[in-house]
Design a protein around this ligand. Structure first.
Ligand code: NAD
Ligand code: ZN
Length: 345
């Protein structure tokens, strides 16, 4: 099969022929139709310190995918050959305290598809049946490929009820834009999104943001003034990983404001802890997706709202055949894009 592979420890990737994977008794084999590019894949291509410390080549990369089930293990029930499916990319141990309590997103031994074991930038991928999310056959394959990041956005945005709340999202990458669509869908009053890219803020606007803030020219305080807000934002969603964004967030929250942080910083940074404490601001880190409540929630939002479906679909701005993976990676790296998808069909 074709597989986009990290062959050796060091920068670069290669599209090579690899043996087909084998499907164990509790596994499912999926023929990949579409796969989404994520920042993680760019780190793996570039071979930064994180990649060097984490990955043992050879490794097939990629973890955002959608396809057709072509084989199910002997012990598998509930998934059948011919099903269309997306995959949860975090494989949990099932034995730790959190797993046994049903808090699988908090597993202490999480393994990542396309990071710790062979991934989905290939014709075939094998995952445990418990990681398969069967999709309605009518679902647009491109949408099926973005359930992983849509799940990050959903998990983060739905930490607290949003009805009537003023919501600010820092970072208009694919996940921040999807979060804007969720906030709109979930009943927020105002949705404000910040980024340094006008192209990406345009996507946020189309997803339902009331006001967008280009941080190279404006601040969140300007957005508050524009909207006639008097007390500060109720809910913050941090989706940039940028320290200045967090500083600006904390400065613009109402007392008692709540911030869910998904964006991964490159290094530790300082915060105005006095403000966090005296304004009783809640900070909550978010990892992955809840298995499988997040999957349920996003599936129903996609299924029941044409507006929501359109808002998420427009985040997918580029699609390349798998053979043109280099161009796909260059586009994703440029930032002049929303979600970039590889077509393996
Ligand atoms: P992305 O890199 O495409 O988007 C981040 C955006 O933040 C960019 O558009 C960038 O221009 C913007 N930005 C940079 N500095 C900013 C600032 N000061 N203010 C506002 N915006 C700023 O990433 P993505 O794929 O949308 O993912 C969002 C974040 O979530 C990333 O940091 C990613 O690493 C992280 N992530 C975390 C998890 C998790 O489980 N915690 C999972 C997936 C992604
Ligand atoms: Zn576990």
């Amino acid at each position: 099969m074709r597989a986009l592979t990290k062959l050796n420890a060091g920068p670069g990737l290669e599209l090579v022929e690899r043996p087909e994977p084998t499907c164990g008794p509790t596994d499912v084999m999926i023929r990949v139709l579409r796969a989404g590019l994520c920042g993680t894949d760019l780190h793996l291509q570039q071979w930064d310190d994180w990649a060097a410390a984490t990955v043992r080549p050879p490794l097939v990369i990629g973890h955002e995918f959608y396809g057709e089930v072509v084989e199910v293990g002997a012990e598998v029930t509930g998934v059948e050959v011919g099903d269309r499916a997306s995959g949860e990319g975090h494989i949990v141990c099932g034995r730790c305290r959190n797993c046994r309590a049903g808090r699988r997103h908090l597993c202490i031994r999480t393994q990542g598809i396309g990071v710790n074991r062979d991934g989905a930038f290939a014709d075939l991928v094998v995952i445990p049946a418990s990681n398969v999310w069967v999709q309605p056959p009518s679902l647009d394959p491109d949408l099926g490929a973005v359930f992983d990041p849509l799940g990050n956005a959903t998990h983060t945005a739905l930490q607290w009820p949003m009805v009537g709340e003023d919501v600010v999202i820092t970072g208009a990458g694919p996940i921040g834009v999807m979060a804007a669509a969720i906030a709109r869908h979930a009943g927020a009053r105002y949705v404000v999104v910040s980024d340094a890219s006008d192209y990406r803020l345009g996507l946020a606007h189309s997803a339902g943001a009331d006001v967008t803030v280009n941080v190279t020219r404006e601040s969140l305080a300007d957005a508050q003034r524009q909207l006639g807000m008097k007390e500060g934002f109720d809910i913050g969603l941090e989706m940039s990983g940028a320290a200045p964004a967090v500083t600006d967030l904390i400065a613009n929250m109402n007392h008692g404001g709540r911030i869910a942080l998904l964006g991964l910083p490159h290094q530790p940074y300082e915060l105005d802890w006095g403000k966090v404490i005296t304004h009783m601001i809640t900070l909550r880190g978010i990892y992955g997706r809840e298995m499988y409540d997040t999957w349920y929630a996003m599936s129903q939002m996609i299924a029941t709202s044409e507006v929501f479906r359109a808002a998420v679909t427009q985040v997918i701005t580029h699609r390349f055949p798998a053979e043109q993976w280099e161009q796909a990676f260059a586009t994703a790296r440029s930032g002049q894009c929303g979600k970039v998808v590889l077509d393996w069909s």
